[in-house]
Design a protein around this ligand. Structure first.
Ligand SMILES: *[C@@H]1O[C@H](CO)[C@@H](O)[C@H](O)[C@H]1NC(C)=O
Ligand SMILES: *[C@@H]1O[C@H](CO)[C@@H](O)[C@H](O)[C@H]1NC(C)=O
Ligand SMILES: *[C@@H]1O[C@H](CO)[C@@H](O)[C@H](O)[C@H]1NC(C)=O
Length: 410
C-alpha cells in the first residue's frame, strides 16, 4: 500500500468507528432517558400535587397496584398520548373541568383533614376540591368591593353586570358612606367558615332543615325569600341577603335585623338606585326597571355592601360557558343570583353547602318557590338566563363534592 492509501484507510476506519461509538452512545442515552423518566413517575406519584397527577390518575387507574408488565404497557400508552398532545383534550371539558369528577384530594390534604375530629370544619376544603376538578381556579377574590376596588383588574374593564366600568364615581361615593367592607369582626376572624346558600326553591318546603341551616357560620339568602313564618324549614339566621333592585324586599318590616344588605348590580341604573338607598334619598322615576322596586331599604349604610361583580363574570364566562357577547349583557348570558352566590362562596368560604336549589321539571305542579303557591309550570323560557347550562355546572360541583346539596335538587 502507498503511504497515502494507508493514511486514508486509517482515517476511514477511525471515522467509521467514531460514528459507531457516537451513535451507540446516543442510542444508549435515549433508552436510559426513557427508562429513568418512567421510574421517576412512579416514585413521585404520592408527592406531586400538580395537575399532572390528576391528569394521570384520570387516564390510568392507579398503575401502582397493577402487575409490572401491565403497568409498563399503560405507561407507554400514556406517554404516547402525552407526546401526541391528546391528554388535555380528552380529560377536560370545554370549560376546563375534569371529565372524571370523582377525583381524590392530594394526599397531604387527605391526611390533614383525616386528622380533624369528626364533623370539624375543614380549612380550605371547597377551594381545594374545586382546584382538583378545575385547575384554573384561583381562590383570592374579595366578597365585597372596598375603597381600593379599582385595583380589581378583572372587573374594571367590563360594564355591569360583569364589572363596574362607568360606575366608578357612584361606587366611590357609596363606599365612602358605608365605611365597612367585610362580614364583621367575628366572622372575619374565623379560621374556618362554613357557608350555606339558601335558594328559594319549593324543594325546601316541609323538609325541616331550619335548625341545620342555622348551624352554618354564614347563611346567605337571596332577594325577598322570607324567613318569618317558614323558620322550621329555612331557619332564622340571615348573615346576608344578596339582592338586586327588582328582587329586594319591598315591605320595610320584612327586613331582618342584624343581616347585611348585599347589593348585586345587573345594569348601570342599579348603582343609581343603590345610591338612593344608601343616602336615604327619595326615588323619583323608576323607569328602566323591569318590575317595581323598593323605595327604601331600612338598613344603616354601615350594613350595606356591594358584591364583587367578578363572581358574575366568572360564573358566566368561565364556569358555565355562557355566550361572551363582547363582555356585555345579551341573550342568555346572565347567571342566576343563586349561582353567583355559590361562586362567591367558593372563593370566600372553607366549606360550602346549598339548599333549595333546582327545579324538577317533571313535576309541573310542585311549587316553584317555598313561599308562594306559584307552580313550576309557570316558569317561562328566560331571555336572560340559561337554566339548563347553569345546572350542568352546578351538577359538576355537587358530583365532585365541592359543594353539598342538602335538598338534592341539583
Ligand atoms: C395526625 O395525627 C397523627 C397521630 O395522632 C400525628 O402523629 C400527626 O402529626 C398528625 N398530623 C397532622 C398534620 O396534624
Ligand atoms: C307542606 O305541608 C303542608 C302541611 O302538611 C301542606 O299543606 C303543603 O302542601 C306542603 N307543601 C309541599 C310543597 O309539599
Ligand atoms: C342555552 O345553551 C344551549 C347550549 O349552548 C343553547 O342551545 C340554548 O339556546 C341556550 N338557551 C338560551 C335561553 O340562551
Amino acid at each position: 500500500m502507498k503511504p497515502t492509501h494507508k493514511l486514508l484507510f486509517v482515517l476511514c476506519s477511525m471515522l467509521v468507528l467514531g460514528f459507531m461509538y457516537y451513535s451507540s452512545g446516543k442510542l444508549h442515552l435515549f433508552v436510559w432517558g426513557q427508562k429513568s423518566q418512567t421510574n421517576a413517575e412512579f416514585t413521585t406519584t404520592s408527592t406531586t400535587t400538580s395537575t399532572y397527577t390528576t391528569t394521570r390518575t384520570a387516564t390510568t387507574k392507579r398503575p401502582d397496584v397493577k402487575p409490572i408488565a401491565a403497568r409498563d404497557k399503560h405507561i407507554t400508552e400514556m406517554e404516547n398520548d402525552i407526546n401526541a398532545g391528546r391528554i388535555v383534550d380528552s380529560v377536560y371539558d370545554k370549560q376546563g373541568f375534569l371529565l372524571q369528577l370523582d377525583i381524590k384530594l392530594p394526599p397531604e390534604l387527605m391526611y390533614k383533614y383525616g386528622n380533624l375530629s369528626e364533623g370539624a370544619c375543614k380549612p380550605g376544603y371547597a377551594a381545594a376540591k374545586m382546584s382538583t376538578i378545575y385547575p384554573k381556579f384561583v381562590k383570592p377574590a374579595p366578597m365585597f368591593l372596598d375603597r381600593n376596588f379599582k385595583r380589581l383588574g378583572k372587573v374594571n374593564n367590563y360594564l355591569p353586570p360583569f364589572g363596574f366600568k362607568t360606575q366608578e364615581r357612584v361606587i366611590d361615593g357609596i363606599l365612602m358612606e358605608t365605611k365597612y367592607y367585610g362580614l364583621g369582626d367575628k366572622l372575619d376572624s374565623l379560621t374556618c367558615k362554613r357557608c350555606i346558600i339558601v335558594g328559594n326553591g319549593g324543594i325546601l318546603a316541609n323538609k325541616s332543615l331550619g335548625s341545620k341551616i342555622d348551624g352554618y357560620d354564614v347563611v346567605v339568602r337571596l332577594n325577598e325569600a322570607p324567613v318569618s313564618g317558614y323558620s322550621k324549614d329555612v331557619g332564622t339566621k340571615t348573615t346576608m341577603r344578596i339582592t338586586y333592585p327588582e328582587g329586594a324586599i319591598q315591605k320595610p318590616e320584612n327586613y331582618e335585623k342584624g343581616s347585611l344588605f348585599v347589593f348585586s348590580a345587573f345594569k348601570p341604573l342599579d348603582f343609581k338606585w343603590l345610591r338612593h338607598m344608601v343616602f336615604k334619598e327619595k326615588l323619583r322615576g323608576v323607569e328602566g326597571f323591569w318590575k317595581s322596586v323598593a323605595h327604601a331599604v331600612p338598613r344603616e349604610a354601615s350594613e350595606m355592601r356591594i358584591l364583587n361583580p367578578y363572581f358574575i363574570q366568572e360564573a358566566a364566562f368561565q364556569f358555565i360557558g355562557l355566550p361572551f357577547n363582547n363582555g356585555v349583557m345579551g341573550k342568555g348570558n346572565i347567571p342566576t343570583l343563586g349561582t353567583v352566590a355559590i361562586t362567591m362562596a367558593l372563593h370566600n368560604c372553607d366549606e360550602v353547602a346549598v339548599a333549595g336549589f333546582g327545579y324538577d321539571m317533571s313535576m309541573p305542579h310542585a311549587p316553584l318557590h317555598y313561599y308562594e303557591t306559584v307552580k313550576m309550570s309557570a316558569i317561562k323560557e328566560s331571555w336572560t338566563h340559561n337554566i339548563s347550562k347553569e345546572k350542568e355546572f352546578l351538577r359538576k360541583l355537587v358530583k365532585a363534592n365541592v359543594i353539598t346539596d342538602l335538598t338534592r335538587g341539583i
